[in-house]
Design a protein around this ligand. Structure first.
Ligand SMILES: Nc1ncnc2c1ncn2[C@@H]1O[C@H](COP(=O)(O)OP(=O)(O)OP(=O)(O)O)[C@@H](O)[C@H]1O
Ligand SMILES: [Mg+2]
Length: 310
């Protein structure tokens, strides 16, 4: 339905996106993950024709959108990373404004606004100025604006950043419902792996402007199928312990998260004795050890060397 071919964006001499290929099939929910600065928002801006690619192109139903972005805009809703609503207007006034921008017929607009405000759970607050809203309410209004013209494709750029857990699950449920009940195609960017696990069937991982992994969740997890993850919990975090593990020849990555060290190593190698020895040599008291199959988060860590929320 929507396809990026070799999408590239270079700012002055900085390459932000380097030859990204991705596609969305009708009715799919697809995740786009990557550390800060990976090029996700830039890719989204090109996909939605907000910025011109330096090279490459975007195809809608097989045809280039170059020169005719209006076809795409008519069926695309974009929830930008930064909230783009007017703080001095009420929720309803914001919606009316954007309804005019989208050139929605006046007679349908009223009903549609009510429908969408209800969908995002803001029907009670429509008369309030947006500047009095909480972060979560602003985010929900941002989403409502993107849904106003009943888009067939919805692209969301970190729509749940900085909001309370309740608003977050409301948003996730709403997006899931839109996909399942209305067949809306979704591209979803997030720093929360559990959101992508919940919503998306397929995903792309970007780093430094490139897609470095893609496929169904299972396929992406299989990248590490020959490895396992070992979580070692310490009483007190010790650098020396981490360093010893990082220099161990059989350990592919060792990362510290609070008081936990997360190791990845080939399944066939038994590391437990070496972990205990490293703890002893560095004077680290261990609280627990767990061996697990790699999660999507582990794959991300393995590929990018960073956790999703770094
Ligand atoms: N308008 C711009 N001018 C110059 N450089 C830019 C511009 N927009 C983005 N960049 C650079 O392009 C790279 C990719 O940025 P982008 O915003 O696409 O990343 P991102 O994956 O969305 O990151 P985040 O998770 O922080 O939102 C970064 O190095 C950024 O500094
Ligand atoms: Mg971004």
């Amino acid at each position: 339905m929507l396809e990026a071919i070799n999408l590239t964006k270079t700012y002055k001499s900085t390459p932000a996106v380097k030859g990204v290929n991705l596609y969305l099939e009708k009715g799919e929910t697809v995740g786009l993950l990557g550390p800060n600065g990976a090029g996700k928002s830039t890719t989204i801006s090109m996909l939605s024709s907000l910025i011109h690619p330096t090279a490459g192109e975007v195809l809608l139903k097989g045809e280039s959108i170059k020169g005719q972005p209006q076809h795409l805009r008519a069926i695309l809703g974009v929830v930008p990373q930064d909230i783009a609503v007017f703080p001095d207007l009420t929720a309803r006034e914001n919606m009316l404004f954007f309804g005019k921008v989208y050139k929605l017929p006046k007679k349908d607009l009223k009903n549609r606004i009510e429908e969408v405000l209800k969908l995002v759970g803001l029907e009670q607050q429509h008369k309030k100025q947006v500047k009095t809203f909480s972060g979560g309410m602003k985010r929900r209004l941002n989403i409502a604006v993107a849904l106003l013209h009943e888009p067939e494709i919805l692209i969301m750029d970190e729509p749940t950043v900085g909001i309370d857990p309740q608003s977050r699950s409301y948003i996730l449920e709403t997006v899931k419902k839109l996909n399942e009940e209305k067949g809306v195609t979704v591209l979803y960017t997030s720093h929360y792996m559990e959101e992508v696990e919940f919503l998306c069937k397929r995903l792309y991982i970007m780093d430094r402007g490139e897609v470095i992994a893609s496929g169904t969740k299972e396929e992406v997890k299989n990248i590490l199928s020959s490895e396992h993850t070992i979580e070692v919990e310490m009483e007190v975090a010790k650098d020396e312990f981490l360093q010893r593990l990082q220099t161990h020849p059989a350990i592919s990555t060792a990362t510290i998260l609070d008081k936990k060290v997360v190791l990845m190593a080939p399944k066939e190698i038994n590391l437990l004795e070496d972990v205990f020895a490293a703890a002893k040599q560095s004077g680290t008291v261990l609280k627990g050890i767990q061996i697990m199959a790699p999660s999507l988060e582990d794959v991300f860590l393995h590929l990018t060397g960073r956790t999703l929320r770094d």
